[in-house]
Design a protein around this ligand. Structure first.
Ligand SMILES: Cc1cc2nc3c(=O)[nH]c(=O)nc-3n(C[C@H](O)[C@H](O)[C@H](O)COP(=O)(O)OP(=O)(O)OC[C@H]3O[C@@H](n4cnc5c(N)ncnc54)[C@H](O)[C@@H]3O)c2cc1C
Length: 381
């Protein structure tokens, strides 16, 4: 298996954070600060930062291995996974000065780049319809508007922010005129930025963020003004692939847990796993997980080769999320009533993996993408 040394080290780290740790945080809806600190100290969160900026200089497959193992161990990478994929936009499109200023600090764990501000309450998946604006005023941009579902905003120092810099009626394409900024939230909190947590069905530090005349230095614009949508797309492909790897880890966790319980639990004088009605769904979940993992590998190869991997990243995310969701259902069913008991961790993981049917992109939108861009069918919206 690729990156076996990394996988062994991640497993060892995760063993320090057992189910009891995650259960307590889940009850309190608290951020796994100790887990994130351990990942930062070990250098795993800086895997994708080039060595010249203080990181490990590894490629996406290494990041995927880290996140897959975290989830396979029953932990949750959602507390910090964004640092890996947000980095891609800065790495690919940031200036040398921006990289020199921020990347070594992020690699050393002194700065956290965990927040990705794209989604807004009124635009939903239609990113071209976002209403948050950034207007140039001298050597600053002034940001006004609102983001929703900005995860980890309260735990992050920096945010990758997408805002409209040219009004929609003055651009040829709705996705033109959007720009990307690396926003220093520490300064912004003193100047009009406020964050409101949203309580969700699982422990996910997600928030609403409000911008009231927030000044952002023009030097924090990434790349050229108006081309931000294109810049975040490569980061979004990385995001889909890395989250797909997490889903593969989740599916493995559910399958291991279900198989172990099926061997152990005796009803009617024999292990329940002796019944094909119990065996077959677990075996099918395993086959589906393996097939999805091949798609994730394919997407990684495509991404690392620098090819356009929109279709592969989307398919990997959809198939892996489905494999995890199906395995979660099988795992609960195998556990019978105990699947619902907190102490087994199954219900918690079930809630956590459910998210990936919707975020970072919902299944319908992936199917629409494939229908239109791969199969040439008419655009449906
Ligand atoms: C816990 C959590 C964390 C998140 N973290 C972040 C984050 O850090 N940063 C960020 O920017 N965003 C984040 N998101 C937002 C996430 O990416 C969106 O929720 C997701 O993309 C779906 O958008 P929406 O919720 O606006 O749904 P909508 O776009 O309103 O869609 C609602 C439903 O309608 C369906 N639908 C919409 N249009 C069509 C169509 N044309 N054809 C068929 N079906 C359609 C969708 O598939 C979906 O099922 C997060 C969301 C959650 C719940």
């Amino acid at each position: 298996m690729a990156h076996e040394d990394i996988r062994v080290a991640v497993r060892k780290l995760c063993a320090r954070f057992p189910g009891e740790y995650w259960r307590r945080l889940d009850r309190e809806r608290a951020y796994p600060a100790e887990f994130v600190a351990a990942l930062t100290e070990s250098g795993f969160l800086a895997s994708l930062i080039p060595e010249e900026y203080g990181g490990a200089g590894l490629t996406l497959s290494a990041g995927a291995a880290v996140l897959e193992e975290i989830h396979r161990a029953g932990c949750n990478g959602a507390a910090c996974h964004a640092q890996m994929y947000i980095m891609e936009t800065l790495l690919r499109h940031g200036s040398e000065a921006q990289k020199r200023r921020y990347l070594p600090e992020i690699a050393a764990g002194r700065l956290r780049l965990q927040a990705f501000g794209v989604t807004e309450p009124t635009s939903g998946t239609d990113t071209g319809a976002i209403r948050t604006t950034a207007r140039r005023q001298g050597d600053h941009y002034i940001v006004n508007g609102q983001k929703i579902w900005t995860s980890r905003a309260a735990q992050s120092d920096l945010m990758l922010l997408l805002a409209r810099t040219t009004p929609r009626d003055q651009v040829a394409k709705r996705t033109d005129g959007l720009s990307v900024f690396l926003l220093d939230m520490r300064a912004a909190k003193e100047a009009g930025l406020s964050i409101r947590p949203i309580r969700t069905m699982m422990n996910h530090a997600t928030t609403e963020v409000f911008f009231d005349n927030v000044p952002v230095p023009a030097e924090n614009l990434i790349g050229e003004e108006g081309k931000g949508f294109r810049y975040i797309l490569s980061g979004m492909n990385a995001e889909r692939i890395l989250i797909a790897a997490e889903c593969i880890g989740d599916a493995q966790w559910f399958i291991d847990k279900a198989a172990a319980y099926a061997k152990d639990r005796v009803v009617f004088g024999r292990p329940i796993g002796q019944n094909q009605g119990i065996q077959f769904p677990i075996a099918r979940a395993y086959a589906n997980m393996r097939a999805a993992a091949l798609m994730v590998d394919d997407a990684i190869h495509c991404y690392e080769a620098g090819a356009d991997c929109g279709a592969e990243a989307n398919m990997a995310k959809m198939l892996a999320a489905d494999a995890a969701n199906d395995a979660a259902n099988v795992c609960i069913q195998t556990h019978g009533g105990f699947g619902f008991a907190e102490e087994y961790d199954v219900e918690r993981k079930f809630r956590e993996t459910r998210l990936y049917q919707v975020a970072p992109i919902s299944t319908n939108l992936i199917l629409s993408y494939l229908a239109e861009h791969v199969l040439g069918l008419p655009r449906s919206y």
